[in-house]
Design a protein around this ligand. Structure first.
Ligand code: SF4
Length: 606
């Protein structure tokens, strides 16, 4: 089968037993790989009601047909599990070199279940996997761990590791991979905590198998044709990285600040791409074989953090740990971002949880005594301390480690009204109020508050009507199919959107045809996307998700944006209800958001 290793590796950490299964071509064609394959494996192998921290939960690492080909942005892998934050299906992707190396093992997916008897790491090779002791690594930061493992396993090996936060089962613990100066972080949903519960410190991959492509000339022609549009479309990303978004989104009135009390941040310029580049840019970093190099390493030349060399905070991180907390100190943001990566924390959930704390302090629902730390709007020193306390579950950090929603439930009967989260996943930096397509997008996202289910990018384009609810359910459906397929190929979102199209169109069908040799059409890819979304929804429905769960944060539904270019925008419950009706109808789901047998049969999921 071209484009695939054709094998799935199942690993039981309790016994150390491994099993190699073949990947049927029928399955591959219907789900592609990555996200789609992981959804199938988790639906089939994780019993309903399983505690995410229980041995029966599975973690899947998967790649897709374009991984380790010549497509720009091909070194991207999916990691998926039942999330300890949402209790639902969750997938997250990351780059670097690990994804290509995983593909070179000849396994399209590795399914990890059970719990190791002691701290361990897993080495996946072309012939299977071996569990090795990691007692010496337990407690260490992600980067130290990865460096130690690459030293131990050889320079061709790649590793992804959890930090102290994952070990402590922080519900939004991440995992990080380092290659040269590039980091690949699987940030969201607390999947690092699932590894921690399994006593699995890291996964190491090593292999040399080549991915065979059905029609190399056709793939080469496609890559050539898209080279210029990709270069043009990624110019700002290549120059500044994602922080370039701070200025335009603030100018549009959609940059959440002070826990959504405003969506304009007066000091945005200080934490935007241009200023950051001017003061801190050290070098560009890139994933394997990607011409975009959207990663930047920063260096702080002077002041309190002088000598710090660290990864640039992404736009989402800047939002969550900056404006949402009223913080405009770029050096504190660089430091906080580095801390989160090293300790293994999702920066978005961390920041949005702290933003809730700021507002709860203001209302007197929490006090300084509760926190044991001086903290409030703009207090970056307190923020840095609380980040460390969270990762180690020290003092109030143990409550922060539960995420914003669970923390709020323990604070005050009305406190969840202050939380910016959907399905308990804290929202990122693309406004649920100022972008109507994201209002319905977040409400219906499998993951909840994720900007990788329905995409914000098309909504920032000139000519897109971001204010009206009209046609937004159809927009969300199409966009969700696009992301599901993209995460199954698995392709970097930046190279996909800027080089190949914002929705499933002919370039993607050409790509799949060239790599696999199948006669895939755009319509078939739309059905693949729909199938994956339905499979994820079935997983969530099995866990009890219904229409009542497809809601937006209270503030988004009840408090209009008070000022700025998007003043007055919000998504009241009746508007959301009408969009949900339309969305479910388009999906062929019933009024409670449950996929109907006829639609499932049409998707061959019956
Ligand atoms: S665009 Fe950025 S994130 Fe995507 S593959 Fe290239 S370097 Fe990696």
């Amino acid at each position: 089968m071209k484009g695939y290793g054709g094998r799935v590796l199942a690993v039981d950490l309790a016994s150390g037993a491994t099993r190699i299964e073949s990947l049927a071509e029928r399955t591959a064609r219907r789900l592609l790989g990555g996200n789609g394959l992981a959804a199938r494996l988790l639906y089939d192998r994780v019993p309903p009601g399983t505690d995410p921290f229980a041995p029966a939960n599975a973690v899947v690492f998967s790649v897709g047909p374009i991984t380790d080909t010549t497509v720009p942005g091909n070194s991207r892998a999916c990691v998926a599990s039942k999330s300890p934050l949402t209790g639902l299906f969750f997938d997250s992707t990351f780059g670097g070199r690990f994804p290509a190396t995983l593909k070179r093992t000849g396994f399209d997916a590795v399914v990890i279940t059970g719990r190791a008897a002691r701290p361990s790491y897993l080495v996946v090779t072309e012939t299977g996997a071996l569990l090795k002791p990691a007692d010496q690594l337990w407690g260490r930061a992600t980067r130290d761990t990865v460096q130690a493992l690459v030293l131990a396993e050889g320079g061709d090996a790649d590793a992804i590791a959890i930090g102290p936060a994952g070990e402590q089962r922080v519900r939004f613990a991440a995992m990080a991979h380092y290659w040269k100066n590039r980091e690949g972080v699987s940030g969201r949903g607390g999947l690092g905590a699932v590894l921690g519960a399994k006593q699995l410190k890291a996964v190491v991959v090593t292999g040399t198998r080549k991915t065979e492509v059905a029609d190399p000339a056709a793939l080469k022609a496609l890559v050539e044709e898209t080279r210029e549009p990709l270069k043009k479309g990624t110019q700002a990303l290549s120059t500044y990285g994602t922080p370039f978004l701070v200025g335009p989104i603030n100018a549009l009135g959609g940059l959440g600040a002070f826990n959504l009390k405003s969506e304009v941040f007066a000091e945005a310029r200080l934490v935007g791409g241009e200023e950051m580049k001017a003061h801190y840019h050290d070098r560009d970093t890139t994933c394997l074989k990607c011409p975009v190099a959207c990663g930047k390493q920063y260096a702080i030349p002077e002041g309190e953090f002088a000598g710090t060399r660290a990864k640039m905070p992404e736009y989402e991180t800047i939002f969550a740990l900056g404006p949402m907390l009223g913080i405009a100190n770029p050096e504190a943001l660089i430091r906080a971002n580095d801390l989160c990566d090293l300790l293994g924390l999702d920066t978005i959930s961390m920041g949005v949880t702290l933003a809730f704390v700021c507002e709860a302090l203001e209302r007197g629902w929490l006090t300084k005594d509760d926190l044991g730390v001086d903290f409030g709007w703009g207090n970056w020193r307190g923020m840095l301390t609380l980040v460390e306390m969270t990762a180690r579950r020290e003092g109030f950090g143990a409550r922060l480690a539960e995420g914003a929603w669970r923390l709020a439930e323990s604070v005050h009967p009305d406190a969840t009204k202050l939380v910016y989260a959907v399905k308990r996943l804290e929202l990122p930096a693309h406004s649920a109020r100022a972008l109507k397509g994201l209002s319905i997008g977040y409400a219906t996202a499998t993951r909840g508050g994720s900007h990788h289910d329905t995409r914000p990018t098309p909504q920032y384009a000139q000519g897109f009507d971001r204010r009206s609810a009209k046609d937004k359910p159809a927009f969300a459906v199409r966009s969700q199919h696009f992301t599901a397929v993209g995460d199954s190929l698995v392709m970097c979102r930046f190279t996909a959107e800027r080089g190949y199209g914002l929705f499933l169109e002919e370039p993607y069908a050409r790509m799949v045809r060239a790599v696999t040799g199948w006669d895939t059409t755009v319509e078939e890819l739309e059905r693949v996307g729909e199938r994956i979304i339905n499979l994820e929804r079935l997983f969530n429905v099995r866990e009890g998700v219904r229409r009542r769960d497809d809601v937006l944060p209270w503030k988004v539904m009840h408090e209009p944006i008070p000022e700025g270019p998007s003043a007055g925008m919000y998504c009241p419950p009746d508007e959301l209800g009408a969009m949900l009706d339309a969305y479910y109808a388009l999906r062929g789901w019933d009024r409670d958001g449950v996929p109907t047998p006829s639609r499932l049969a049409a998707l061959e999921l019956g």
